[in-house]
Design a protein around this ligand. Structure first.
Ligand SMILES: Nc1ncnc2c1ncn2[C@@H]1O[C@H](COP(=O)(O)OP(=O)(O)OP(=O)(O)O)[C@@H](O)[C@H]1O
Ligand SMILES: [Mg+2]
Length: 112
């Protein structure tokens, strides 16, 4: 199993959620977050020293999926989330050791 964590523009959440729903993703966790990337949260980079960091609102979407679905899911998220402008976000991919459905005690892929 693999966890996909993506940081998206809030305005792209619906599109990404719809794409994941169409693919057949069952579970997801969505969190409102703030963050910055290369531009340190600035929409314009000025000449001269600028050391302060500005944190912009983003949404974090976490899903745990089967390893065989990773490439397709990463591609569909990237496609749905992209505008081509700075700040489109990022996708992080992590290995998952196990998952347990608390109600039934199912484990592994049966639990996701
Ligand atoms: N290295 C990182 N570690 C953790 N979170 C990150 C990292 N880079 C980006 N993020 C998160 O992703 C959000 C969007 O990042 P962003 O798309 O601006 O990345 P970028 O590297 O600056 O790319 P771009 O040049 O396209 O803007 C950030 O606000 C932050 O929440
Ligand atoms: Mg950026």
């Amino acid at each position: 199993m693999t966890k996909i964590e993506c940081i998206l523009r809030p305005g792209k959440l619906e599109e990404v959620k719809d794409a994941l729903g169409k693919f057949g993703i069952n579970g997801m966790t969505v969190t409102q977050v703030i963050g910055c990337g290369l531009q340190k949260g600035r929409t314009e980079v000025y000449r001269g020293a600028e050391y302060s960091i500005n944190l912009l609102p983003k949404v974090k979407v976490e899903i745990v999926i089967r390893d065989q679905d990773v490439n397709q899911v990463v591609n569909l998220i990237a496609q749905a989330a992209r505008t081509g402008e700075i700040g489109d976000g990022k996708i992080f991919v992590y290995p998952v050791a196990d998952a347990i459905r608390i109600r039934t005690g199912e484990k592994g892929e049966s639990a996701i």
